[in-house]
Design a binder for this molecule. Structure first.
Ligand code: R5P
Length: 308
């Protein structure tokens, strides 16, 4: 119980200074409850309004893809440079140090593989487990126009309802099936459907001709996936164009962890996303960091040899 002796009565009431109600910085999230806003505010940097999510959930349907064979060796060193980690609960519990102070977006769908129909997913995590893992957001994929379109949309609806009950936002991923075209028509449709159903932000792919219309017509933030590995300059250019045309960040995997230097690449991507750094300058930054890393590794090898 608080000490009752010598209680000092309040006297500085700031009369004449109106209490400030600051607008919330995440698009479409101004009317959400405190817990939702707080979690979204951990994902989207309040200064830039943007995010760099490191995606390493690929194993849930692809197995140990290149760069993710040993996530303890390849992904853990990158985590300090990411704003957000996106992964499965299996990776989270087995690889990610619990002491890490990074928001986690939890992959909550699964049930298919690269050997079967991609759109045939189910919800693979109970909301109780997501809460237990203290995640900042949950996510599933919708496959508009695919064989299991309805099922994937139903998964999203279920996830949003579960998350809403506990103030946990949902990111919808617009999954692109093998026969689908990555064009304006597809992404206008898929991102808008996801937002109208209540997704708090949406992951799309970048495409030329019309991406800005996708960002404009989606009432919540869009982040882009990186997609297949590209030469570094192309990946940085893609991130730059996406941000320039209205994306609120990236949720990038292969273009980071399959780069020659993933640590340098994630830092270059950060510069593009948070500082609007132009792609060529970001490439210079990447190359400088890569050269420093090589020098450091040479020095370490030489030191190790001398010790022998
Ligand atoms: C793919 O299914 C996963 O959701 C990935 O997280 C997503 O595609 C982003 O990774 P990448 O940049 O490698 O495409």
């Amino acid at each position: 119980m608080a000490d009752k002796d010598n209680i000092k009565e309040g006297k500085d009431f700031g009369i004449g200074i109106p209490q400030e109600n600051k607008p919330f910085h995440v698009k479409g999230a101004g009317a959400l409850d405190w817990g939702m806003q707080n979690r979204l505010g951990r994902i989207f940097n309040p200064e830039s309004g943007r995010t760099v999510m490191l995606a390493f959930d690929h194993g849930y349907f692809q197995g140990p893809t290149s760069g993710l064979e040993r996530m303890d060796l390849t992904i853990v060193p990158l985590m300090q440079h990411a704003d957000v980690l996106m992964c499965t609960r299996g990776a989270l519990r087995s690889i990610v140090p619990a002491s890490i102070n990074k928001p986690v977006v939890l992959r909550c769908s699964g049930g298919q593989s690269i050997l079967s129909e991609l759109s045939n997913e189910t919800i693979a995590v109970d909301i109780d487990d997501a809460i237990r893992l203290n995640v900042a957001a949950i996510t599933t994929q919708i496959y508009i126009g695919a064989e299991y379109e309805h099922k994937s949309i139903a998964n999203l609806i279920k996830l949003i309802d579960s998350g809403n009950g506990y103030g946990i936002p949902t990111m919808a991923v617009t999954g692109v099936g093998t026969d689908m075209k990555r064009d304006q028509r597809y992404f206008l449709l898929a991102t808008r459907i996801a937002a109208e159903l209540g997704a708090h932000y949406v992951k799309s792919y970048y495409f030329d001709k019309g991406f800005e219309n996708v960002c404009a017509s989606c009432p919540v933030p869009i982040v882009i996936a990186g997609g297949q590995k590209l030469p570094e300059l192309e990946a940085l250019t893609m991130a730059y164009k996406a941000i320039d045309q209205g994306a609120a960040g990236v949720d990038m995997g292969r273009n980071i962890f399959q780069a020659d230097s993933p640590v340098a690449m994630i830092q270059a991507v950060r510069a593009v996303v948070h500082q609007n750094m132009r792609p060529k300058k970001a490439l210079d930054l990447y190359q400088t960091l890569l050269a420093e890393e090589k020098k450091k590794s040479k020095r370490q090898t030489a030191r190790a040899k001398r010790r022998k």
